[in-house]
Write a protein that binds this ligand. Structure first.
Ligand code: SF4
Length: 204
């Protein structure tokens, strides 16, 4: 139960309400739980701290957005769970990145329907297009072990095609064990099509 402690009219349209949550009847608990909300034009708004806990977080690896209002029910996370209350071992449901690979987003999360679990990221230059399917990635690390100048998970974007030549990139992508990395040649590419027909080719 919440008890309204004070009302303070700031303007015609805004009233601050301070109230204490006295669920367990302990005074010190009640004091630490004091919240403030304001009412504007009939809509009840939360204070900055509470609103911040509802902000979405974006995975820096694959772009998946964790929306606290939706949670991650498939993995036991109830709707309404703020990001900072996720279990320490929670990982991105799309690419498996750990929590510390997420950054707070100041924008509203896209509706769940727009968050496909089958995201594809595309990296392109004049000679090659590399595709990355985060949900297929098994994180075997083959790519960054073979060609760290191009594949580096500590950098954003994590794929930097200017780090090497298309031939080396093709050679590395062909070794991806899960087919999470693929490539194709754009029109006008100077790469010999004969070397671009390995297991990583889109047309393989
Ligand atoms: S080689 Fe393929 S499966 Fe392994 S980390 Fe790279 S993209 Fe993921």
């Amino acid at each position: 139960m919440s008890i309204i402690n004070a009302l303070c009219r700031v303007s015609e349209r805004i009233i601050f309400i301070a109230f204490a949550d006295s669920n367990n009847g302990q005074r010190h608990k009640a004091l630490t739980d004091i919240k403030a909300i304001y009412v504007s034009g009939g809509a009840i708004m939360e204070n900055a701290n509470t609103a911040a806990r509802r902000l979405p977080y974006e995975c820096l690896i694959c772009g998946y957005v964790y929306d606290p209002s939706v949670g991650d029910p498939e993995h036991g996370i109830a709707p309404g769970t703020p990001f900072d209350e996720l279990p320490a071992d929670w990982v991105c449901p799309v690419c498996g990145a750990p929590r510390d690979m997420f950054k707070k987003s100041e924008t509203i999360a896209p509706p769940p329907a727009q968050q496909s679990k089958h995201l594809v990221k595309e990296y392109k230059n004049q000679d090659i297009i590399v595709y990355w399917y985060p949900d297929k990635c098994s994180h075997a690390g083959k790519c960054w072990g073979e060609l760290p100048e191009v594949f580096d998970v500590r950098k954003r974007p994590w794929v930097n095609l200017s780090g090497s030549n298309a031939k080396e990139i093709i050679r590395t992508v062909d070794k991806c064990p899960s087919n999470a990395l693929q490539y194709s040649l754009p029109e006008g590419s100077s790469v010999d099509p004969n070397i671009a027909q390995g297991p990583g080719s889109k047309d393989y």
